[in-house]
Design a protein around this ligand. Structure first.
Ligand SMILES: C[S@@+](CC[C@H](N)C(=O)[O-])C[C@H]1O[C@@H](n2cnc3c(N)ncnc32)[C@H](O)[C@@H]1O
Length: 236
């Protein structure tokens, strides 16, 4: 049986289908193409960093499970799944269109060990201890309630599981994609009702470190490289 045919967990029940999505809900939904362009062509690619921290000089154990929360167009999920066929990858995002793009792109590239679904990172529809690895990139820039998201990250990781977080450090740079999304929305008269902030949230070093101490990790390593903060946490 292929990994895709094998469900990761019971089917989620609180997902909203594309037809039920309110128009104007999210800039990532309305102008998916613009964010996809930024993600695929402009942003930093942290794939090598993820590989280095999770599997230094080795490969993931067979059938290990990785989840990406706030996966957007699925760049990291797809890239990691493609590099490591032994991984079973799930990408979760609130935006239907980002998820649809992620799915189509993975299919077009013949990457069949990753799946994508619409869901809320503040209420992940998976039982506790479902995943061996978790990644989240640039998620907290637009997410109210990072502590709640972190509690969900902790919950869905297995004992011994690890999570890697990448967040931009500078408001100016981090806000450019949002600025572009709002600009296009305003020019095209479609800005009403979108929930995203006009500027990205970025954390100070202290705030970023404090966030990880809200959960009883076995170990937390926080560091900075260039314009990004990173964190690697391991669950007891
Ligand atoms: C700045 S983008 C980052 C996307 C991707 N991780 C990357 O590195 O480019 C933030 C993503 O988080 C998603 N998002 C925001 N709030 C969310 C929530 N509560 N649950 C799931 N996804 C959410 C947005 O739809 C968007 O795709």
């Amino acid at each position: 049986m292929s990994q895709l045919a094998k469900p990761l967990a019971p089917a989620p029940t609180n997902l909203v289908g594309p037809t039920e999505l309110p128009k104007g809900d999210s800039l990532f939904e309305q102008f998916d193409w613009l964010y996809i362009l930024c993600r695929e062509k402009l942003f930093r690619n942290d794939t090598r960093r993820m590989v280095k921290v999770f599997w230094p000089n080795t490969r993931p154990p067979s059938n290990s499970r990785l989840v990406e929360l706030g996966c957007g167009p699925g760049f990291y999920s797809r890239t990691l799944a493609r590099s490591f066929p032994e991984l079973e990858v799930l990408g979760v995002d609130k935006s239907c269109r980002q998820v649809e793009y992620a799915e189509q792109k993975a299919i077009a590239l013949g990457v069949n060990n990753c799946r994508f679904e619409r869901g809320d990172v503040l209420d992940v529809t998976r039982p506790a201890q479902s995943f061996d690895y978790l990644i989240a990139s640039r998620l907290f820039t637009v997410l109210p309630g990072p502590e709640r998201a972190l509690a969900e990250m902790f919950r869905v990781l297995k004992s011994g599981g690890r999570c890697f977080i990448a967040e931009p450090r500078y408001k100016f740079w981090a806000s450019i994609p949002l600025f572009m999304l709002w600009l296009v929305a305003s020019v095209s008269g479609q800005a009403n009702g979108c929930r995203e902030p006009s500027k990205a949230t970025v954390f100070s070093r202290e705030r970023f470190e404090r966030l990880f101490h809200t959960q009883p990790w076995k170990s937390v390593r926080v560091w900075r490289e260039g314009r990004y903060h990173y964190a690697l946490c391991e669950k007891r």
